[in-house]
Design a protein around this ligand. Sequence first.
Ligand SMILES: C[S@@+](CC[C@H](N)C(=O)[O-])C[C@H]1O[C@@H](n2cnc3c(N)ncnc32)[C@H](O)[C@@H]1O
Length: 267
Amino acid sequence: MVEYIKLSETSALVLRFLQDQVYHSQAVKDYLARLDLSAGKEMQDACDAIWPHYSEVIINRKHTILKYIEEALAENPSLQIISGAAGLDPLGLELTQRHKGLTVYEIDREQMPLKAALISAPELCFIPGDLGDTAPLIDRLTKAGWLQDKPTFLIMEGIGYYLTPVILKNFFTAMSPQYVVFDHLRETGMTQEANEIITRILGVIENYIEMDKMIRYDASSLSALLDMRIAKHASLHAIEYQRTGQNVYFPSEDFGWLDITVFEPEH
Ligand SMILES: C[S@@+](CC[C@H](N)C(=O)[O-])C[C@H]1O[C@@H](n2cnc3c(N)ncnc32)[C@H](O)[C@@H]1O
Protein backbone atom coordinates (compact mmCIF):
# COMPACT_ATOMS: atom_id res chain seq x y z
CA MET A 1 0.00 0.00 0.00
CA VAL A 2 1.33 3.46 -0.91
CA GLU A 3 1.83 5.65 2.11
CA TYR A 4 0.86 9.29 1.56
CA ILE A 5 2.35 12.07 3.65
CA LYS A 6 0.11 14.98 4.67
CA LEU A 7 1.84 18.33 4.23
CA SER A 8 1.44 21.61 6.02
CA GLU A 9 -0.61 24.14 4.03
CA THR A 10 2.17 26.31 2.56
CA SER A 11 4.40 23.43 1.43
CA ALA A 12 1.39 21.77 -0.13
CA LEU A 13 0.34 25.06 -1.78
CA VAL A 14 3.67 25.51 -3.63
CA LEU A 15 3.68 21.89 -4.81
CA ARG A 16 0.04 22.12 -5.92
CA PHE A 17 0.85 25.18 -8.02
CA LEU A 18 3.98 23.53 -9.46
CA GLN A 19 2.28 20.25 -10.47
CA ASP A 20 4.59 18.26 -12.75
CA GLN A 21 6.25 21.31 -14.30
CA VAL A 22 10.01 22.05 -14.19
CA TYR A 23 11.37 18.90 -12.48
CA HIS A 24 11.14 15.78 -14.62
CA SER A 25 13.33 13.06 -13.11
CA GLN A 26 11.75 9.73 -12.22
CA ALA A 27 13.00 10.04 -8.62
CA VAL A 28 11.10 13.33 -8.25
CA LYS A 29 7.97 11.80 -9.76
CA ASP A 30 8.17 8.88 -7.32
CA TYR A 31 8.71 11.25 -4.38
CA LEU A 32 5.83 13.56 -5.31
CA ALA A 33 3.53 10.58 -5.77
CA ARG A 34 3.89 9.86 -2.05
CA LEU A 35 2.79 13.34 -0.94
CA ASP A 36 -0.81 14.14 -0.12
CA LEU A 37 -1.26 17.78 -1.11
CA SER A 38 -4.87 18.15 0.04
CA ALA A 39 -3.83 20.43 2.93
CA GLY A 40 -3.11 23.20 0.40
CA LYS A 41 -6.45 23.07 -1.40
CA GLU A 42 -8.28 25.68 0.66
CA MET A 43 -5.43 28.16 0.36
CA GLN A 44 -5.07 27.49 -3.38
CA ASP A 45 -8.78 28.15 -3.88
CA ALA A 46 -8.46 31.42 -1.94
CA CYS A 47 -5.45 32.49 -4.07
CA ASP A 48 -7.16 31.45 -7.32
CA ALA A 49 -10.19 33.56 -6.37
CA ILE A 50 -7.88 36.60 -6.17
CA TRP A 51 -5.87 35.89 -9.34
CA PRO A 52 -6.37 32.58 -11.17
CA HIS A 53 -2.85 32.47 -12.69
CA TYR A 54 -0.75 32.23 -9.54
CA SER A 55 0.74 28.89 -10.63
CA GLU A 56 2.58 30.86 -13.35
CA VAL A 57 4.51 32.71 -10.65
CA ILE A 58 5.67 29.46 -9.02
CA ILE A 59 6.54 27.80 -12.35
CA ASN A 60 8.51 30.90 -13.49
CA ARG A 61 10.32 31.09 -10.17
CA LYS A 62 11.32 27.42 -10.10
CA HIS A 63 12.27 27.39 -13.79
CA THR A 64 14.62 30.36 -13.35
CA ILE A 65 16.22 29.24 -10.11
CA LEU A 66 17.01 25.86 -11.70
CA LYS A 67 18.38 27.64 -14.80
CA TYR A 68 20.66 29.88 -12.73
CA ILE A 69 21.99 26.89 -10.76
CA GLU A 70 22.65 25.00 -14.00
CA GLU A 71 24.55 28.00 -15.41
CA ALA A 72 26.72 28.23 -12.28
CA LEU A 73 27.42 24.47 -12.35
CA ALA A 74 28.38 24.69 -16.04
CA GLU A 75 30.99 27.31 -15.06
CA ASN A 76 32.14 25.48 -11.94
CA PRO A 77 31.10 21.79 -11.68
CA SER A 78 32.73 21.38 -8.26
CA LEU A 79 30.38 23.86 -6.55
CA GLN A 80 28.73 22.72 -3.33
CA ILE A 81 24.99 23.40 -3.22
CA ILE A 82 23.11 24.42 -0.09
CA SER A 83 19.37 25.04 -0.03
CA GLY A 84 18.65 27.42 2.84
CA ALA A 85 15.06 26.40 3.51
CA ALA A 86 14.29 23.44 1.31
CA GLY A 87 11.12 22.29 3.02
CA LEU A 88 9.62 19.43 1.02
CA ASP A 89 10.68 20.91 -2.32
CA PRO A 90 12.15 18.34 -4.77
CA LEU A 91 14.79 20.72 -6.24
CA GLY A 92 17.73 19.10 -4.38
CA LEU A 93 16.61 15.64 -5.50
CA GLU A 94 16.28 16.83 -9.10
CA LEU A 95 19.82 18.30 -8.99
CA THR A 96 21.37 15.08 -7.68
CA GLN A 97 19.61 13.16 -10.48
CA ARG A 98 20.90 15.55 -13.15
CA HIS A 99 24.49 15.77 -11.83
CA LYS A 100 26.01 12.50 -10.71
CA GLY A 101 28.47 13.10 -7.87
CA LEU A 102 27.00 16.48 -6.89
CA THR A 103 26.26 16.84 -3.18
CA VAL A 104 23.31 18.98 -2.11
CA TYR A 105 22.83 20.04 1.51
CA GLU A 106 19.27 20.94 2.41
CA ILE A 107 18.53 22.93 5.57
CA ASP A 108 15.12 23.46 7.15
CA ARG A 109 13.86 23.81 10.67
CA GLU A 110 11.01 21.43 9.86
CA GLN A 111 10.41 18.46 7.60
CA MET A 112 14.01 17.21 7.30
CA PRO A 113 13.39 13.93 9.18
CA LEU A 114 10.23 13.34 7.15
CA LYS A 115 12.08 13.98 3.89
CA ALA A 116 14.95 11.72 4.95
CA ALA A 117 12.41 8.95 5.51
CA LEU A 118 10.95 9.42 2.02
CA ILE A 119 14.09 9.89 -0.08
CA SER A 120 17.03 7.57 -0.31
CA ALA A 121 19.80 9.49 -2.10
CA PRO A 122 23.22 9.50 -0.42
CA GLU A 123 24.26 12.75 -2.18
CA LEU A 124 21.33 14.60 -0.60
CA CYS A 125 22.00 15.61 3.03
CA PHE A 126 19.12 16.75 5.22
CA ILE A 127 20.26 19.21 7.88
CA PRO A 128 17.67 20.20 10.49
CA GLY A 129 18.21 23.66 11.93
CA ASP A 130 17.22 27.31 12.12
CA LEU A 131 18.86 29.88 9.82
CA GLY A 132 18.83 32.25 12.79
CA ASP A 133 21.13 29.95 14.79
CA THR A 134 24.21 29.58 12.59
CA ALA A 135 26.80 27.88 14.87
CA PRO A 136 25.00 24.51 15.17
CA LEU A 137 24.08 24.66 11.49
CA ILE A 138 27.69 25.11 10.39
CA ASP A 139 28.67 22.29 12.71
CA ARG A 140 26.05 19.94 11.19
CA LEU A 141 26.94 20.97 7.63
CA THR A 142 30.63 20.35 8.27
CA LYS A 143 29.94 16.95 9.82
CA ALA A 144 27.90 16.09 6.71
CA GLY A 145 30.92 16.91 4.50
CA TRP A 146 30.45 20.59 3.56
CA LEU A 147 33.76 22.45 3.19
CA GLN A 148 33.38 26.02 4.41
CA ASP A 149 36.42 27.28 2.48
CA LYS A 150 35.30 25.83 -0.88
CA PRO A 151 32.86 27.62 -3.26
CA THR A 152 29.19 27.23 -2.38
CA PHE A 153 26.01 28.08 -4.29
CA LEU A 154 23.35 29.02 -1.79
CA ILE A 155 19.67 28.72 -2.74
CA MET A 156 17.35 31.05 -0.85
CA GLU A 157 14.03 30.13 -2.45
CA GLY A 158 10.72 30.80 -0.76
CA ILE A 159 12.42 32.00 2.42
CA GLY A 160 13.47 35.65 2.00
CA TYR A 161 10.00 36.91 2.95
CA TYR A 162 10.24 35.25 6.38
CA LEU A 163 13.70 36.46 7.43
CA THR A 164 14.54 39.79 9.05
CA PRO A 165 17.56 41.76 7.79
CA VAL A 166 19.50 40.87 10.96
CA ILE A 167 18.98 37.11 10.51
CA LEU A 168 19.86 37.31 6.81
CA LYS A 169 23.01 39.34 7.44
CA ASN A 170 24.26 36.98 10.18
CA PHE A 171 23.55 33.89 8.09
CA PHE A 172 25.42 35.29 5.09
CA THR A 173 28.38 36.40 7.16
CA ALA A 174 28.68 32.84 8.49
CA MET A 175 28.24 31.10 5.12
CA SER A 176 30.07 33.55 2.77
CA PRO A 177 28.72 31.87 -0.39
CA GLN A 178 30.25 32.28 -3.85
CA TYR A 179 26.81 32.65 -5.38
CA VAL A 180 23.35 33.06 -3.92
CA VAL A 181 20.00 33.01 -5.67
CA PHE A 182 16.98 34.65 -4.08
CA ASP A 183 13.36 35.08 -5.02
CA HIS A 184 12.18 38.26 -3.35
CA LEU A 185 9.08 40.39 -3.20
CA ARG A 186 9.26 43.87 -4.71
CA GLU A 187 9.01 46.86 -2.43
CA THR A 188 8.38 49.26 -5.33
CA GLY A 189 8.02 49.39 -9.13
CA MET A 190 4.62 47.70 -9.52
CA THR A 191 1.41 48.80 -11.18
CA GLN A 192 -1.43 49.37 -8.75
CA GLU A 193 -3.16 46.20 -10.01
CA ALA A 194 -0.02 44.07 -9.50
CA ASN A 195 0.48 45.50 -6.01
CA GLU A 196 -3.14 44.78 -5.13
CA ILE A 197 -2.92 41.17 -6.34
CA ILE A 198 0.19 40.36 -4.32
CA THR A 199 -0.99 42.25 -1.23
CA ARG A 200 -4.22 40.24 -1.20
CA ILE A 201 -2.40 36.91 -1.87
CA LEU A 202 0.08 37.65 0.93
CA GLY A 203 -2.90 38.43 3.17
CA VAL A 204 -4.21 34.88 2.60
CA ILE A 205 -0.80 33.32 3.36
CA GLU A 206 -0.11 35.57 6.38
CA ASN A 207 -3.47 34.58 7.76
CA TYR A 208 -2.68 30.86 7.43
CA ILE A 209 0.83 31.02 8.84
CA GLU A 210 -0.12 33.61 11.47
CA MET A 211 2.67 35.97 10.42
CA ASP A 212 2.15 39.72 10.79
CA LYS A 213 3.64 40.85 7.53
CA MET A 214 5.86 39.05 5.04
CA ILE A 215 9.03 41.00 4.25
CA ARG A 216 9.72 42.63 0.88
CA TYR A 217 13.25 43.26 -0.41
CA ASP A 218 14.19 44.92 -3.71
CA ALA A 219 17.36 43.56 -5.35
CA SER A 220 19.17 46.80 -4.50
CA SER A 221 18.28 46.60 -0.80
CA LEU A 222 19.40 42.94 -0.64
CA SER A 223 22.63 43.87 -2.43
CA ALA A 224 23.35 46.60 0.13
CA LEU A 225 22.35 44.40 3.09
CA LEU A 226 24.48 41.42 2.03
CA ASP A 227 27.31 43.52 0.61
CA MET A 228 27.11 41.47 -2.61
CA ARG A 229 26.71 42.63 -6.20
CA ILE A 230 23.80 41.77 -8.49
CA ALA A 231 25.11 39.27 -11.05
CA LYS A 232 21.82 38.21 -12.68
CA HIS A 233 18.31 39.51 -12.29
CA ALA A 234 14.96 38.60 -13.85
CA SER A 235 11.41 39.89 -13.47
CA LEU A 236 8.30 37.76 -13.98
CA HIS A 237 7.79 39.62 -17.29
CA ALA A 238 11.32 38.72 -18.48
CA ILE A 239 11.11 35.12 -17.21
CA GLU A 240 7.77 34.47 -18.88
CA TYR A 241 9.15 35.67 -22.21
CA GLN A 242 12.37 33.67 -21.82
CA ARG A 243 10.45 30.52 -20.80
CA THR A 244 7.50 30.63 -23.20
CA GLY A 245 8.49 33.03 -26.01
CA GLN A 246 5.57 35.38 -25.28
CA ASN A 247 4.03 37.53 -22.55
CA VAL A 248 0.52 36.54 -21.54
CA TYR A 249 0.15 36.94 -17.78
CA PHE A 250 2.94 39.49 -17.17
CA PRO A 251 2.46 42.04 -19.97
CA SER A 252 4.94 44.64 -18.70
CA GLU A 253 8.03 44.94 -16.50
CA ASP A 254 5.99 46.58 -13.74
CA PHE A 255 3.25 43.93 -13.83
CA GLY A 256 5.01 41.57 -11.45
CA TRP A 257 5.83 41.44 -7.76
CA LEU A 258 8.54 38.83 -7.48
CA ASP A 259 12.05 38.92 -8.92
CA ILE A 260 14.82 36.33 -9.06
CA THR A 261 18.32 37.64 -8.41
CA VAL A 262 21.75 36.05 -8.24
CA PHE A 263 24.29 37.82 -6.03
CA GLU A 264 28.04 37.35 -5.99
CA PRO A 265 30.66 38.75 -3.61
CA GLU A 266 31.75 42.34 -4.30
CA HIS A 267 35.44 41.40 -4.27
C1 LIG B 1 7.46 28.34 1.58
S1 LIG B 1 8.56 27.09 2.15
C2 LIG B 1 9.76 27.10 0.83
C3 LIG B 1 10.27 25.73 0.51
C4 LIG B 1 11.12 25.64 -0.76
N1 LIG B 1 12.38 26.36 -0.61
C5 LIG B 1 10.37 26.14 -1.95
O1 LIG B 1 10.68 27.23 -2.44
O2 LIG B 1 9.47 25.44 -2.44
C6 LIG B 1 9.42 27.92 3.45
C7 LIG B 1 10.29 26.99 4.28
O3 LIG B 1 11.10 27.80 5.14
C8 LIG B 1 11.29 27.11 6.34
N2 LIG B 1 11.74 28.10 7.34
C9 LIG B 1 11.13 29.25 7.68
N3 LIG B 1 11.87 29.94 8.57
C10 LIG B 1 13.02 29.21 8.76
C11 LIG B 1 14.19 29.39 9.56
N4 LIG B 1 14.33 30.47 10.34
N5 LIG B 1 15.15 28.45 9.53
C12 LIG B 1 15.01 27.34 8.74
N6 LIG B 1 13.93 27.11 7.96
C13 LIG B 1 12.94 28.03 7.97
C14 LIG B 1 9.93 26.50 6.63
O4 LIG B 1 10.03 25.43 7.53
C15 LIG B 1 9.50 26.09 5.22
O5 LIG B 1 9.86 24.75 4.94
